[in-house]
Design a protein around this ligand. Structure first.
Ligand code: A3P
Length: 316
């Protein structure tokens, strides 16, 4: 029997391009109103034991980690990444309500497999369900909005990035896409009413599951500090048994410069076609915030990180 999603969706305001929004509580998750229809199918989505999922709060290093996981599991065909966009190698299950990617293209693919399929039932969710091979699934929804059994079914990688850099990366993104100003991105990031919800809610939903053997949490800062060490941990987790040489190839293939130069990494979303690679650095937000906002954010981080866990990476 299908389970009910234990959240409430409150009708919110209209946002250009995305139209009507809903506010999902708890979590302060602002999403396109279409989420109401897909909340239950996503919550009840049937995962398989060989699926690999990547769940992240946006701008945490999703694309980087997605490419790493894919390269590690396709070590002899990494070249495919130069021509095949990541969105064709992963299923972005949020797309059925976010409509960021080329829906028509996915609908055509779906019709070829299943002529009676309907667009309103969500092309990506249907394509994901129909896929016979190993599935790579990516979502920005927090764990409380995912199937509660997902970790008992398959492996999930979750990436966390320092909130200040995360917020600044979000600003760079929305500034390109929608001319958003830094103060508005700052205020919404610190509020409880923001796309994909409150940062701390998202992170704590993953953190409280951290002891589950099928969950692998990575920090963007650790990846930047020592990518080989992180690839080795991932190698263990994924069971990919790659050699040191092969891991070095993965590190090279997924370096910031190589990924930025990869033509298949150009994204065509939200009315914007281009690159979302800004600096790809730890501390990229340094010196970018007025002192008053910087101090407010420091206090916000200190208070909330300690609530997640006094020993949490950003708590001190
Ligand atoms: P910046 O905006 O700080 O440059 P996401 O993929 O979750 O949207 O995250 C985007 C951030 O990850 C961007 O940060 C982007 O530059 C960074 N990123 C992407 N690929 C990277 C890589 N290979 N190495 C380091 N950072 C990377």
């Amino acid at each position: 029997m299908e389970r009910e999603v234990p959240v409430s969706c409150i009708d919110a305001y209209e946002v250009p391009r995305y139209g009507k929004m809903v506010l999902v509580q708890p979590g302060g998750v602002l999403l396109p109103a279409g989420y109401k229809k897909f909340a239950k199918p996503i919550y009840n989505f049937k995962y398989r034991s060989d699926d690999i999922c990547l769940f992240t709060y946006p701008k945490s290093g999703t694309t980087w980690t997605a490419e790493i996981v894919w390269a590690m599991t396709h070590i002899n065909e990494m070249q495919r990444a130069l021509t095949e966009n990541l969105n064709h190698r992963y299923f972005f299950i949020d797309n059925d309500f976010f409509h960021d990617l080329a829906e028509e293209e996915y609908m055509e693919k779906l019709k070829a497999k299943c002529p009676d399929a309907k667009q309103e039932d969500g092309p990506i969710l249907q394509l994901t369900a129909l896929e016979k091979g190993r599935r790579f699934i990516w979502s920005h929804l927090s764990f409380d909005l995912q199937n509660p059994d997902v970790l008992d079914k398959c492996k999930v990688v979750y990436v966390i990035r320092h909130p200040k850099d995360n917020m600044f990366s979000r600003y760079m993104h929305f500034n390109k896409v929608a001319n958003a100003s830094l103060p508005i991105i700052f205020e919404t990031f610190l509020s409880d009413n923001t796309p994909y919800g409150n940062y701390w809610h998202h992170v704590s939903e993953a953190w409280k599951r951290r002891d589950h053997p099928n969950l692998h949490i990575m920090f963007y800062e650790d990846m930047k500090a020592d990518i080989m060490a992180e690839l080795k941990r991932l190698n263990e987790f994924l069971g990919t048994s790659l050699t040191e040489e092969q891991l070095k190839k993965v590190a090279e293939h997924t370096s910031f410069n190589n990924m930025k130069a990869n033509p298949s990494m150009v994204l065509d979303i939200a009315g914007f076609k281009g690159s979302f690679f800004y600096k790809g650095q730890v501390g990229s937000s340094k010196g970018q915030l007025p002192p008053e906002l910087d101090a407010r954010m420091d206090a916000w981080i200190k208070e909330n990180a300690a609530k997640v866990d006094p020993a949490f990476k950003y708590a001190s």
